[in-house]
Design a protein around this ligand. Structure first.
Ligand code: TMP
Length: 246
């Protein structure tokens, strides 16, 4: 009889041990937070929706040669993942200017970037996840130069694959956040989740109204309403795109 021990609780997931020390169980929560948890709420069925979307996207990336922590989905809101040493980095890839890039640079919302921008943030809630310079990243020894190069390369590969996939969903991938971890062999694997919580997704079929286009957590952050519907819509389109590619 196995005893589930909680090893970590984040804002959107709880991680439990399993019988196998190499495997953890991630339980996706309905809880939603924004602005470093200053805003709190709940999005109905978010745990199930984000677990489903993430599972499908990880499987999709695996078929394109990207190694991820994903193993399988034993329950709708649960994902079995490889136990990794997570690097304290939030890796953001941007295709279109939005969010903090607009706030911190003055670039207009919606500006299409000439090439994808890869940014590293320090995953540290107490400090508010600050944007890192490479010198600060190495000063804090958050990763080695070789790891940073590999992550930047993987992030661009993942972006290419996801842009193509979301294109088939009639969705524009504006930006997204990734986390990486090291396995026992010190190999870098994609970890965490990829979902409407951790990305900006704009509906191509509603191009006339910018607010109507938002299919991600900005609906919660900016009180745009219909949050659950937007998350459901992303899941339905992801499932449809996978079905029609079979
Ligand atoms: P930002 O524009 O607020 O920096 O966010 C960039 C992307 O990163 C966006 O897709 C949302 C995602 N993100 C997270 O997943 N977690 C976070 O804590 C933050 C601030 C952003």
């Amino acid at each position: 009889m196995s005893v589930k021990t909680r090893v970590y609780e984040g804002k959107a997931k709880i991680l439990y041990t399993t019988d196998d020390p190499q495997i953890l169980l991630a339980e996706f929560k309905d809880d939603a937070t924004a602005f470093n948890a200053q805003k709190r709420g709940s999005i109905e069925k978010k745990g199930i929706i984000n677990c489903s979307i993430s599972s499908k996207l990880f499987q999709q990336l695996e078929t394109h040669g990207i190694r991820t922590h994903y193993i399988d989905t034993p329950a709708p809101d649960q994902m079995r993942v490889k136990a990794l040493k997570i690097l304290p980095l939030e890796v953001v890839v941007r295709n279109i200017a939005a969010g903090s890039l607009c706030q911190q640079t003055g670039l207009a919302l919606g500006t299409v970037l000439k090439k994808p921008l890869v940014e590293f943030y320090y995953k540290n809630d107490q400090l508010g996840d600050p944007l890192l310079t490479s010198d600060r990243l190495f000063l804090l020894e958050l990763a080695t130069p070789e790891q940073v190069d590999t992550i930047a390369h993987l992030a661009l590969q993942i972006n290419k694959s996801l842009c193509e996939f979301f294109g088939r969903c009639d969705i524009t991938l504006v930006d997204f956040k990734l986390e990486f971890g090291l396995d026992a062999q010190q190999q870098l694997l994609l970890a965490d989740e990829i979902s409407p919580d951790t990305s900006r997704l704009w509906d191509n079929s509603k191009e006339t109204d910018p607010n109507l286009r938002v299919l991600d957590k900005d609906r919660f952050r900016r009180d745009l309403g219909n949050v659950e519907n937007a998350y459901q819509e992303v899941l339905q389109r992801v499932l449809k795109a996978i079905e029609s590619s079979k």
